[in-house]
Design a protein around this ligand. Structure first.
Ligand code: ZN
Length: 140
């Protein structure tokens, strides 16, 4: 710290300059936003969106990863995992594995459909189903 008037070096918290006697602005504190005042709403929203999209697989995984990164940054910044931040933390932690499992499921599902379509089985099965439906309709 230095004197506001003459620039002489001061000890931390000194209210008057030992050189010129000028009063120092004691209310000055470094502009550091307290963790409690950080906006935690986006953390909660990201958690909710991640979980909502988890059933789709990849979209949920992307949002969950973003949520995890934001929450880690928030904690690294001295943020407390309470309230909305806690909700976002829990939801994104659930969304992460769920979306991975769902992504694997959709990949397998896609492969199965592709294999069935390629082998003509799907077409056959659909034709059979249509025939049955028409037959059932005609029976009435
Ligand atoms: Zn001074």
């Amino acid at each position: 710290m230095f004197c506001e008037k003459c620039g002489a070096p001061l000890n931390d918290g000194e209210k008057f300059c030992p050189n010129c006697g000028a009063a120092q602005n004691a209310s000055y504190v470094p502009a550091e936003q307290p963790a409690e005042q950080q906006n935690t709403t986006p953390l909660m929203v990201l958690g909710i969106v991640a979980l909502a999209l988890a059933e789709l697989g990849l979209p949920g995984l992307i949002v969950a990863i973003i949520a995890r990164k934001k929450i880690k940054a928030y904690v690294a910044n001295g943020g407390q995992l309470t309230g909305k931040a806690k909700v976002g933390n829990i939801l994104s932690r659930i969304a992460l594995p769920v979306s991975i499992v769902m992504m694997v499921f959709w990949v397998i599902y896609g492969v199965v459909i592709a294999v069935l379509a390629a082998s003509g089985l799907l077409e056959e099965a659909m034709k059979e189903a249509m025939d049955e439906a028409i037959y059932g309709f005609l029976k009435f």
